[in-house]
Design a protein around this ligand. Sequence first.
Ligand code: CO
Length: 343
Amino acid sequence: MPQLRHDPPGQGLGMPTIDVHTHYVPRGWPELPEGMPRLRIDSEREATIMVGSQEFRRIAANSWDAAERLADMDADGVDIQVVSPTPVFFAYDADAPAATRVARIFNDLALEICAPSPDRLLPFAQVPLQDPDAACAEADRCMRNGHLGVEIGNHVGDRDLDDAGIVTFLQHCAASGIPVFVHPWGMPSGPRLDRWMARWITAMPAETHLSIIAMILGGVFDRVPESLRICFAHGGGSFAFWLGRLENAWYGRRDIIATSELPPSKYVGRFSVDSVVFEPAALRTLVDTLGAENVIVGSDYPYPLGERPVGNVVHRSTFLDDAQRSALLGGNAARFLGLLSAE
Ligand code: CO
């Protein structure tokens, strides 16, 4: 049984349950550059993220209050949360100095939010990904200050994860042992996508699917060392379900898409995905396609499209054996986060 550097409270026996996909929003912050979202305080326990004059999302105290988060974790049997930024605050379309300022403000506030329980609330930082030097510097500053990794968006405008600057950042993370959680954001908009939350329901999984493909066909996995620890949100979007289509196209249209050194299926094992797919049949596709060692419990807590109780799909999945279930609930996350001791 792997040993953790810290002894988290909770289940007591065996591997703790670690949720690698949760978000925070502070209850307030210093004034941000023009055009950034702001927070409308609605009550002591409620607030609304405002983008311009539009309500973007109503949130509650569990976005910023450690005690509320810990109570929910206890209720769900979660020992540790990775506490990541909310993508609407990435500021990737601002200029780099402004985005750096936003990142520093939010990252420092994340430390404050997690401070009451440093062994159970593990903050991930945001970085100004549009500027690789600034992104590396902010990631290093945060790791020195107590962050455990970084969350990045899956693209910066039209630049996907195979962009030279983003690859430089990923290489830095690999060299420095910084785990990277990739979250979709900036989904396309238009009449067909602006209803029913279609941008979240369909475009988000497609965004993640595309960015995993960008890492494969864009040759990123050929260039970054295998030591890079990278995990994609929402089960990797639609990637696992359509890996066969990608593989078939790689062989069938080599003239266009055989741009990676190896066929796409050979890169399975180079990345992880979270488990927030809700249905055991979908989780089984992830486990069968990507391997049980590459699926990690994530929930999207505390947002309404997340899973509660956290890890429910893993507990309901009778096809998992005990070792696989333990790996999904905590062992894989401990490896991703670098929490395992050397012994
Ligand atoms: Co999320």
